[in-house]
Each structure stands twice: as structure tokens, then as C-alpha cells.
Design a protein around this ligand. Sequence first.
Ligand code: PLP
Length: 388
Amino acid sequence: MVKKRIYLDWNATAPLLGSVRDAMLDALTLVGNPSSVHAEGRAARGLIEAARRDVALLVGVSPANVVFTATATEAANLVLSPVYRMGKAQLSIGHLYVSAIEHPAVRQGGRFAADQVSEIQVTEAGLVDLEALERLLGAHDATTGLPLVAVMAVNNETGVIQPIRDVATIVHAHGGLLVVDAVQAAGRMTLAVEENRADFLLLSAHKIGGPKGAGALVARGETLMPAPLIRGGGQEKGHRGGTENVAAIAGFGAAAAFARQGLEERNAAIGVLRDRLEAGMRQAAGDLVVHGADVVRVANTSFFTLPGLKAETGQIAFDLEGVALSAGAACSSGKVGASHVLTAMGQDAKTGALRMSLGPSTTVEEIDRVVEIFARIAARRKLSGEAA
Ligand code: PLP
């Protein structure tokens, strides 16, 4: 009998929720352009505005502060801009500071030239180094413009939750703006902008059961916005031109509504499974190193190195056994590169690390089977180690 595959790669992308699929199929039957004033257009507009309300509720802002984009990567390129506008006034950003563990969507620096971007170190535990941030901003040359800082809320590889509130305090004390990539935090922890004080958030629908190809830039205030990246017919109040992808946005709204409901209970249950998984793996291999385990992580992620097992080899071995997981982040080219997150944490990036990320439909049976498979792979690794 062919065994069902086990999907433990929710941080790469989450399976589409049934409610999302329904919302998208309904939206696809609508004919109107959301900018048209006739009834058909207004019906499409209605779906977009309902989705905007759901996304806004997820992060605790007014719907007016949500700009839909095609992806979080696009939202990053929109917000990482050397030019901002406040009404008719223009504001210059002199330098961009990004944490060393940011996703490439942010780490590439958006619309800044390479020499306008500096990295903020992280600690061995995988937390942004607040003293390093303080030092960098203390040395910022204000004559070039304001500092812009980007620190993610949750790292996609380790699951480590970053001290965003503390980062915001430092950034604001230096007159800067803070962009928070909340892609991996959405649906995995509460994300109230008023609490964490981020000036901008990045979101992606496909990490929370929505469709791929829908993202958002969320602003805390309504006045200060980056210069548009895509100019056109004035959609999204001029912040993002182009006819909206109504079905994708409707799906994003449905996913945001799901993410908000029962968030704590859902993540508590996922945390029990993740802890069972890590306990089982530790029992099978006492030398297992779980990255970020000493600090606070989201409940669904486990990022580990098994000495003697190259991450690439491990990934293939698990895949052959029917388990989908990843070796670090899912690389667009499909190849496994050295993890910049591990390197930034001062870990040996040569062996690499494997990431298992769980979701709401992960079961205890699946976790127990994964532990069994892990034990077999770990034992084989020992045997080949002895033979070598
Ligand atoms: N930021 C983080 C932390 C991510 O994990 C991802 C997705 O891999 C992105 C940004 C990019 O999101 P999108 O696929 O919507 O461009």
C-alpha cells in the first residue's frame, strides 16, 4: 500500500484552505472590473474591500492602511524605497539597515543601492542584536536622510520571534522608520501593530492557507507612504497600479479570517506536536542540535542539524520516505544553498540544517511516523560514519 505523504513544509507554503478555495471560485465568476462604477464593478470592489477588512483585522489597523500587492516580495520592494511621500511633501531615506537573517525579499535591499544597505548582526541564538542596532543607528549620517530599518517578526528558518517592540523603540528614538516582515508571524502569533509599533508590515497570503501571488503592505499610519513601485491607473489609492487580482485578494481575505480565529488554541495544539517531534528526535539522536531552541519560537517550526548528515542528503532521504521538508528556506532555483541564517548565527553552515514546519492539519500519527523515519535516517548516518 502506498503511504500518504506527510507535508512538513508549511513555512515554504501552506496548503490552500477550503474556505479560501470557495471564496476564490466565487470571485472568479464575477465579471466586473473593481474600478468600474456599474453593479458588476461594484460587486468586485465589494470583495476587495471585504478582504481588506479581514487583513486589517488580522494586524489591528484600519482597512485604509492595507495596500494589496502581488507578493510580499513586491511589498518589500515597494516599502524599501529611498523616497517617501507625505501628501505632497517628499521625504528622503538615507540608509537601509536590515537584519542579517532577513528573507532575500528584504535582504536584497529593495530600491536601495548596495552601498546604502548595512546588515544588523544577530546573536548566536538567532535574535537581532539590539546593541549592534543601537551602534549602527548612532553612527547614521542624518544629512543623507532618515534611517530605515527592516527586522522580521519571525524568522522563516528558525521560527525565532524577534523583539520587535524593543527594535521599534530604538529605531524611533533615532527618528527612523521600521519595516517588519510579518510573513511568517501571521497566523502563528498575534500581530497587533499598535503593540509592536512597526511602521510597516509585510504579509503574504500563501503562508496562511491563501493563494500564492497575493501579498500586502500594511502601514501603521495613513499619511507617510513610500513612492509607488508600480504606477498606473491609480488603483490602491495610487500606491499600486494595475487591475486588482480579485480572486487572489478574496482568497487572501478568507485566509486572514481563518488565521485570526482560534489562533491561540490552534498554535497551542501545533506546539504540542512540535515538542513531541523534537523530543522523539532527540531520543533517537542525542547529538541533535535544534537551532533557536533556547529562545522563544513560533510553535510550528523546528530547524535542526544532525551531525554527520548533510542537509541536502537528509532532505532527499526524507523525501524518499514520503516526507516533504526543507533544507533551510525554499530556494527559488530548487537548489540547496548554504543558509545565511545559520551563518549569521555563527553556526557551521556546511552541514546545513533541516527545517520541519507544521500546520493546523498536521496529525500526531504523522509526527510519530516522522520520528520513526528520522530514527532510521539517523541510524544510517551513524553506520556510514563508522565505516568512514
Ligand atoms: N518573507 C518571508 C519571511 C518569507 O518566508 C517569504 C516567503 O518565502 C517572503 C518574505 C516572500 O513572500 P512571497 O512569496 O509572497 O513573495
